[in-house]
Write a protein that binds this ligand. Structure first.
Ligand code: SAM
Length: 260
């Protein structure tokens, strides 16, 4: 198989036209290794041949996009962080602002924003908050709207939330309509589409790790501008921001930041 660096540059340009994702914003080594593994798996001879497949086969485009965007997620993912969100961040925001506007950017199949919905239901029962989940991958968003999950996605979720909001159907766990209806999902490419404003809380967790440092900084500034002053920005546990003050953010806890 011929997979030279030059072929890869052409592949990236054509891929942007085909699926709409600009791989120049993603860490090159990691992304190229992943793509090469996929080409091996599907038996494509080279980048040129595979681009033609993607151009002509919409199902393959869906499968490839799902593989490329890495949709791993979990309810109450990272127990330490979510404990802090549950006991400090949300109670404080609810006290200060009453009705919250919350955004999970790169929400995948929905566990993160649904976790926030359950926590808010506990803290402020019946209160109408605005909860938004966005992602690039339409396949992930379809699963988010369906909200039926395998058990392993619920492993970290405290039992009281699982008992209250899920019913078991065969091997799967179905989220209650009461929680589902609190969240709106939309397709969005963080690299190109406009950001809404006026959020009290933005979570963009386990998404930054795939981006180059320049893109991380570019997005951090945009997220910060989308927060109200005093609003909170939360990244993944392994995604410490290098210079949060450049984006008017100060660290309040180890992956939790506040807009000044
Ligand atoms: C590993 S998942 C993280 C899910 C969730 N935030 C969590 O921490 O459990 C990363 C998500 O980022 C999304 N993503 C990657 N690049 C994106 C982009 N340019 N615009 C929007 N979403 C993107 C992927 O589709 C994927 O669903």
């Amino acid at each position: 198989m011929s997979l030279s660096l030059m072929d890869y540059e052409v592949f990236k340009r054509k891929l942007k036209d085909t699926i709409g994702l600009d791989l120049n914003h993603y860490k090159q080594q990691q992304m190229q290794r992943r793509i090469n593994q996929w080409l091996d798996r599907v038996g494509a001879a080279n980048y040129g041949e595979y681009i033609k497949t993607l151009q002509s086969d919409s199902e393959e485009r869906g499968r490839f996009t799902e593989y490329l965007t890495i949709n791993t997620s979990q309810f109450y993912r990272d127990v330490t962080v979510f404990k802090e969100i549950e006991t400090k961040v949300l109670p404080d925001l609810v006290k200060r602002y009453h009705r919250l506007k919350v955004w999970s950017a790169g929400c995948s199949t929905g566990p993160e924003i649904y976790t926030i919905a359950m926590l808010l239901e506990e803290i402020s029962p019946g209160r109408r908050h605005t909860l938004l989940g966005t992602d690039f991958d339409v396949g992930a968003l379809a699963k988010a709207k369906e909200a039926v999950y395998t058990e392993n996605l619920l492993n970290s979720l405290p039992a009281k939330y699982k008992d209250k909001h899920f019913t078991k159907e065969g091997q799967l766990w179905k989220l209650s309509d009461n929680i589902k209806r609190l969240v709106r999902f939309e397709r969005q490419n963080l690299l190109e589409d406009p950001f809404d404003r006026g959020f009290h809380l933005i979570l963009c967790r386990n998404v930054f790790i795939y981006f180059t440092p320049e893109t991380q900084m570019f997005l951090t500034k945009k997220f910060s501008e989308s927060l109200i002053p005093g609003g909170i920005f939360i990244v993944g546990s392994a995604e410490n921001l290098m210079e949060p003050e450049v984006a008017n953010l100060k660290r309040v806890s180890y992956c939790i930041y506040q807009r000044e």
